[in-house]
Design a protein around this ligand. Structure first.
Ligand code: DGL
Length: 368
């Protein structure tokens, strides 16, 4: 293209116009308040153990290591950049591998989070946690802690001693999110592998990869270089819009899970009920289907007052539909909707702190 005087003038005109334009609005970025005048957010980090506090014998040990070894003060000291994001302080609540979490651990942790959230000198809370049951803790907090302040649960798939360890950046991202005003009111969040997921949906979908955490309905957003970027919001009830309040719960009824599979027998369901289960979560095949060899036993247990809740062993493929292959209305059973068995167990336990009515329990499963 020949550069004629007209084209040259129009190019210069455009360049001049661009320099005179007011600054383009900043991209909808939201990160910790870091202006010189604004006070830094105050973020409390509650440490419970897990791989993020793990240590291996060598840098090559990315999967062979001991979880729950590094104390919270060393964890915070290993990521000095946290101080650029917020005023952080740590508490060691537990030092355990998360497969060993019990209902009592959940209650104690949730009560501590609830108490901190009420404090004026706390703007956000981060919980470092093993990844095995991280999704359960995040869901339980989402259901029971009545605050709009950001609560972020974070773990790591590799110990800090490993090559390409993911814990430090996951923790940095968690603090950035907990310090971000845009994270308020979105329920409990999980930051892993640069993504922000809702604690309700997210699940551990792989056992040794940094991108292990997935939400069937997709992440809420991302956190990159200390900035959060949001693309959707949670659709189900949580935190301040929940009917469950950890400050009014002192114990959880026993709820157990039994797995459906080819050749299944009713023995596991009967044994769990005999051990005191007040509700049974059926981790069913497909659409939460129940073997004809198990239906009579479940109907008998229902008649004795045990709640029966159909979930699916398929995680993230959709949701269990009421009255599809099983006549739930006739059997007085509940469907877990899209909740996986391990999350259904927690909602069922909370439901039973309020009601024995299957219709109310079903409403809880559709709304939370
Ligand atoms: N023992 C597992 C846990 O504490 C290690 C897995 C992890 O934390 O990533 O959940």
């Amino acid at each position: 293209m020949t550069l004629t005087p007209t084209r040259l003038m129009s190019a210069l005109g455009c360049a001049l116009a661009l320099t005179l334009l007011p600054g383009l609005p900043a991209q909808a970025q939201t990160g910790p308040t870091q202006t010189a005048t604004a006070k830094k957010a105050q973020v409390v980090i509650l440490a419970t153990g897990g791989t993020i506090a793990g240590a291996g014998a060598s840098a090559a040990n990315s999967a062979t290591y001991q979880a729950a070894k590094v104390p919270v003060d060393k964890l915070l000291a290993s990521v000095p950049e946290l101080g650029n994001l917020a005023q952080v302080r740590g508490e060691q609540v537990f030092q355990i591998a998360s497969e060993s979490f019990t209902n009592e651990h959940l209650l104690q942790l949730a009560k501590r989070v609830s108490a901190l959230a009420k404090q004026a000198d706390v703007d956000g809370i981060v919980i470092t946690h093993g990844t095995d049951t991280l999704e359960e803790t995040a869901f339980f907090l989402n259901l029971t802690v009545r605050t709009t302040k950001p609560i972020v649960v974070v773990g790591s798939m590799r110990p800090g001693t490993a090559l390409s360890a993911d814990g430090a950046l996951n923790l940095y991202n968690a603090v950035a999110t907990a310090a971000s005003p845009a994270a308020a009111g979105k329920g409990v969040l999980v930051t892993m592998n640069d993504e922000i997921n809702t604690g309700r949906d997210v699940t551990k979908a792989a056992n040794i990869r940094p991108d292990a955490f997935k939400s069937p309905w997709g992440p809420l957003g991302m956190v990159v270089e200390g900035q959060t970027y949001w693309f959707r919001a949670p659709a189900k009830r949580h935190t301040v819009n929940s009917e469950f309040d950890i400050d009014r719960i002192s114990s959880l009824p026993q709820v157990d899970i039994a797995y459906g599979h080819g050749g299944v027998s009713p023995v596991a369901y009967q044994a769990l009920a005999a051990s005191g289960a007040k509700a049974l979560i059926h981790a069913g095949t497909g659409n939460g289907s129940v073997s004809k060899d198990v239906v009579p036993a479940l109907r008998e247990l229902r008649a004795k007052g045990v709640q029966v809740i159909r979930s699916s062993r398929i995680d993230g493929g959709g949701f269990v539909i009421r009255n599809a292959e099983q006549p739930d209305d006739q059997y007085d059973w509940v469907v877990a909707h899209d909740l996986n068995p391990q999350k259904a167990r927690l909602l069922a336990a909370l439901a039973l702190t309020q009601t024995q009515n299957p219709k109310t329990i079903q409403r809880f499963f559709l709304e939370y």
